[in-house]
Design a protein around this ligand. Structure first.
Ligand code: CTP
Length: 398
């Protein structure tokens, strides 16, 4: 997918620098060329030899390298790339960029480039949270610099919180997305996926058997066509696609909130199996067994995310797609559901036990739209996702 693309990779001095070796390997396996640049501090964490061995190119380190200047000037180096990636981006490099400093090769390249820049910050939690770093982050975003991460987790310094560099697989996916040229490039699509969990009390919940497989496949297929995918997922067994803008939720109410906060979008695909009801009288503390008395749960209806998004209004996406899992009268039920919820398309799923859809890797679907019903042959869930994504691209671009 990255064949013929050139990435200028600027490695700064942080413990996460070792992860860029994996990133280089992934980018090259994906067909990209990588021109590595290392700051002096970066060379304290990984050796230029390892970096150049993996990149298959010499590492650039100094501003005044006469041989390099004779071959390719530093300005030129920054311009021939399709994307400049700074990983790890330290607090110091972010400050330099925000302030417009150019006192070493890396910062000079960043000042001289007219190529899009993607930062993968990595630093101590307090450094990340420091007002100066947050101020610089705001300035850089305002300048059009893209940022991935940082992730939260245990840090090499022994602290916990945001500051860990995004994983190489996620940086790779973000790079793919930046260089995406597919029919959905520049489009923002929200996908809901997985089940929701509705608490009965703090330790028990009601949920369903949705694995999230179809939602993840749809997210990947949309991404492969170049879309920016916002993935709102309940607690699913199948992991979300790499590199999406991810929101992990538990309840239907949280899912609705995450989806509406992510608007506006060009399209929404509601693939989640949202619980229709929640427990209205869920206590704050764990329910205890009481001799001879059974608990009585009261239910309240959950908001219908698909219907809410489909309602007319200024933020109504151009294309809203829902799913319908049916065992009987598949088409009549799906058509009625499309009308009731106000969405544009319903992907009607025949989930009668004989089809083996639940938990299986294949799906038999019909696409129900205003134009009528299309019967799709039985195919892998990934193929359903690809066909759906292509149909969405055709419609959004028509
Ligand atoms: N949906 C939703 N929010 C809900 C319930 C459902 O967004 N609270 C969406 C699902 O993501 C899916 C579609 O609506 O796209 C399915 O609708 P639903 O009425 O739940 O259909 P079924 O699960 O098939 O259930 P039923 O046949 O009982 O209506």
């Amino acid at each position: 997918m990255l064949a013929g693309k050139r990435i200028l990779l600027i490695i700064c001095g942080g413990i996460a620098a070792y992860k860029t070796l994996d990133l280089i390997r992934r980018l090259r396996a994906d067909g990209a060329s990588v021109s590595p640049v290392m700051t002096a501090a970066a060379a304290e964490f990984v050796t230029p030899l390892s970096v150049s061995a993996l990149a298959g190119e010499a590492v650039h380190t100094t501003l005044f390298d006469l041989t390099a200047e004779a071959q390719m000037g530093h300005i030129q180096l920054s311009r021939v790339a399709d994307l400049v990636v700074v990983a790890p981006a330290t607090a110091d490099m972010m400050a330099k960029m925000a302030g417009g400093h150019a006192d070493d090769l890396a910062s000079t390249l960043l000042m001289a480039t007219d190529t899009p820049v993607l930062l993968a910050p990595a630093m101590n939690v307090r450094m990340w949270q420091h007002p100066a770093t947050q101020r610089n982050l705001g300035l850089l975003k305002g300048d059009g610099v893209a940022v991935i991460g940082p992730d939260s987790g245990d840090m090499a310094c022994g602290e916990y919180g945001p500051g860990r560099m995004a994983e190489p697989a996620d940086i790779h996916a973000a790079i793919r997305q930046h260089l995406a040229q597919g029919p959905l490039a520049g489009r923002r699509v929200i996908v809901t996926s997985g089940p929701t969990q509705e608490p009965i009390d703090p330790v028990r919940y009601i949920s369903n058997r949705s694995s999230g497989a179809q939602g993840t496949a749809i997210g990947q297929a949309l991404q492969a066509l170049g879309a920016h995918v916002v993935f709102v997922s309940g607690p699913a067994d199948v992991p979300p696609p790499n590199g999406v803008e991810l929101y992990q939720v538990e309840t239907a109410q949280q899912m609705l909130h995450a989806v509406t906060a992510a608007l506006p979008a060009d399209a929404v695909v509601c693939a989640a199996a949202v619980a229709d009801w929640r427990v209205a009288n869920a206590p704050e503390s764990k329910m205890k067994k009481q001799q001879g008395r059974l608990p009585v749960l009261e239910f309240a209806e959950n908001p219908d995310i698909l219907a809410t998004i489909s309602a007319p209004g200024p933020l109504r996406p151009k294309l809203v797609v829902g799913f319908a899992a049916e065992t009987d009268d598949v088409l009549a039920n799906a058509q009625a559901k499309r009308a009731r919820k106000g969405c544009d398309w319903i992907v009607a799923n025949d989930v009668s036990p004989a089809t083996g859809t639940f938990g299986g890797s294949e799906n038999t679907v019909h696409l129900v739209s205003e134009a009528g019903v299309e019967e799709w042959p039985k195919m892998a869930k990934t193929a359903v996702a690809q066909r759906l994504a292509q149909r969405m691209a055709d419609t959004l671009n028509s």
